[in-house]
Design a protein around this ligand. Structure first.
Ligand code: GLY
Ligand code: MN
Ligand code: MN
Length: 435
C-alpha cells in the first residue's frame, strides 16, 4: 500500500497540473468461451497494486480527492462462480483510493472528475473504451468553449514520466527481482539435473517450471525457451517439442515472476555434462564476452558501453575461430559478425521482461545509475542459413544471460548463484539431487 502510494505521489509531482487517467488490463478471449489467464497491465499495477481487469484510475494532483478508482463492483453471482471481487469498498479500504465507483459509471462521472482540467495526461491507444470516452469529453469541452467553458488544451502522454520512474528500482523492487531470480535459479538447476539425452525439451521444461510453481512463483515472465541442438540458433524458439540428442547443447532462456517482477536468465549447457572441444571454444568466448560486458556496467557509464565491451570480445573470438576475417576493429565497423550475433547485449528488466525506460536521451546513450537493472546476454549462433559456418561449428548456439543491478559502487550480478562454469555442469547435469 505504502509503496504504491509513494509511486503515485512521485507521479503526481511529476505531472504538475491537470489529471492523468490510466486503464487496467482487459480480459482477452483465448478460444471458445475460455479467456487467457489474466495478469494486470504492468504500469497499472505499478501505480495501484490493483489486480483485477477493467478498472480505471484517475490521478489529480493537488485535488482533495487525488486518487479515484473505477472497479468492477461486487456481484454475488460472480462471487459464486469465480470468487469475490475487491469491489468499490475494497478499492477504498484496501487500495487507498480517495473515492471509488463502479466502472459502469465511468462515462457519467468522468466529466465531473475532469472538470476544469486543461492538461489531460493519457496514453492514446492504451485502451479503446477509455480513449473513446476521453475523446468525446475533449470534443464536448471544445464545443462548450464557445459558451465560455475552459477547453482541454493539451493531451499529454504520461508514459515517459512513468517509464522514468519504473526504470529506477527501489528496495522492494530489487527484493522482488531477487526472489524471482532465486526461484528461476532453482528451476534452472532442477532442469539441469533432469536433463538426459533421449528426453524431450518439454520434459526438461516441466521439471523446471514445476520448481518455479513449487517455490511460489505464480507464472512465468515470458514463455520458456528450452532449445536443444539447432533450436538454440532460433532466438525466440518456444515450441520445446524436440527430442534431445546426445552430444548437444541445451539452451534455457527463462524467467519466473515474483510480485509481478520477472527474472530473465539464460544458461547453455551440454546435455551429457561435458562440452566438446568445439562447444567449449564457443562457450568460452561467450563467457568472456559476458564477463567483460558485466565488468563495464556501473554508475556513470553509458548503457551502450556494456554492449560495446561484450561485442569486442565476441568479434575477437570469431576472428580467432576463423569464422570472420580480422582485424577486429574493421570487423566491428563493417558488422561482419551479424550472421553470428544479431541481437543487442542488454535490455532493462523489471515488471516487463523487456522493461520500459529510455535507452537514449536524444542522441546520447542513457547513463547508468544506481537502481537500474539490466540483462547482459551475449551469444554466438552458428546457423548455416544465416552465414558461412565451418562444418565443426554448425548449429552450435550459445547464449549466457545474467541480471545485473547498478549500485552506487558498481554493480551486483543478481543471478550470480546460477551455475555457468563449464566445470560446474559436469557435477550437476543429469544428476538428480541426492535426498
Ligand atoms: N528472454 C528474452 C530475452 O532474453 O530478451
Ligand atoms: Mn532471456
Ligand atoms: Mn533478455
Amino acid at each position: 500500500m505504502r509503496m504504491f502510494k509513494e509511486r503515485r505521489g512521485r507521479l503526481l509531482e511529476a505531472l504538475g497540473s491537470g489529471a492523468a487517467v490510466f486503464a487496467a488490463g482487459r480480459e482477452q478471449r483465448r478460444n471458445g468461451d475460455v479467456d487467457h489467464e489474466f495478469r494486470q497491465e504492468s504500469t497499472f499495477w505499478y501505480l495501484t497494486g490493483f489486480e483485477e481487469p477493467d478498472a480505471v484510475a484517475v490521478l489529480r494532483p493537488g485535488h482533495e480527492e487525488p486518487y479515484v478508482l473505477f472497479v468492477r463492483p461486487h456481484d454475488p453471482e460472480q462471487a459464486v462462480w469465480v470468487g469475490p471481487r475487491v469491489g468499490v469498498d475494497g478499492a477504498v479500504e484496501r487500495y487507498g483510493a480517495s473515492a471509488a465507483y463502479p466502472v459502469e459509471e465511468l462515462a457519467e462521472r468522468l466529466p465531473r472528475l475532469l472538470d476544469g482540467v486543461e492538461t489531460l495526461h493519457f496514453a492514446l491507444g492504451s485502451d479503446e473504451r477509455l480513449g473513446r470516452l476521453l475523446g468525446e469529453l475533449v470534443t464536448r469541452r471544445r464545443d462548450g468553449a464557445q459558451r465560455g467553458a475552459a477547453p482541454i488544451a493539451r493531451v499529454a502522454d504520461p508514459t515517459p514520466l512513468v517509464d522514468a520512474l519504473r526504470l529506477l528500482k527501489g528496495p522492494e523492487e530489487l527484493d522482488a527481482l531477487r526472489r524471482a531470480i532465486a526461484v528461476t535459479g532453482a528451476g534452472i538447476e532442477a532442469a539441469m539435473r533432469a536433463t538426459q539425452p533421449g528426453l524431450h525439451e518439454y520434459e526438461v521444461q516441466a521439471a523446471m517450471e514445476a520448481e518455479f510453481r513449487r517455490l511460489g512463483s505464480p507464472r512465468n515472465g515470458f514463455p520458456s525457451i528450452v532449445a536443444s541442438g539447432p533450436g538454440a540458433c532460433t532466438l525466440h524458439y518456444t515450441t520445446n517439442r524436440r527430442r534431445i540428442e546426445a552430444g548437444e547443447l541445451l539452451l534455457l532462456d527463462v524467467g519466473a515472476e515474483w510480485d509481478y517482477y520477472s527474472a530473465d536468465v539464460t544458461r547453455t549447457f551440454p546435455v551429457d555434462g561435458r562440452l566438446t572441444p568445439e562447444q567449449r571454444a564457443v562457450y568460452d568466448i561467450v563467457l568472456e564476452a559476458q564477463r567483460r560486458g558485466i565488468e563495464a556496467a556501473g554508475p556513470g557509464v553509458p548503457f551502450h558501453a556494456v554492449h560495446d565491451a561484450a561485442l569486442r570480445a565476441l568479434v575477437e573470438g570469431l576472428v580467432e575461430l576463423e569464422v570472420i576475417a580480422g582485424p577486429v576493429d574493421e570487423a566491428i565497423e563493417q558488422r561482419t559478425f551479424r550472421p553470428y550475433y544479431m541481437h543487442s547485449t542488454s535490455h532493462w528488466l523489471g515488471l516487463d521482461v523487456h522493461d520500459v525506460g529510455a535507452y537514449r536521451q536524444g542522441e546520447a546513450s542513457t547513463v547508468l545509475e544506481s537502481g537500474m537493472v539490466l540483462t547482459v546476454e551475449p551469444g554466438l549462433y552458428f546457423n548455416p542459413d544465416a552465414g558461412p559456418v565451418p562444418e565443426r561449428l554448425r548449429h552450435i548456439g550459445v547464449r549466457i544471460e545474467d541480471d545485473v543491478a547498478i549500485t552506487a559502487e558498481g554493480h551486483e550480478v543478481l543471478s550470480v548463484a546460477i551455475p555457468k562454469d563449464a566445470e560446474a555442469f559436469e557435477a550437476i547435469v543429469g544428476r538428480p539431487r541426492e535426498r
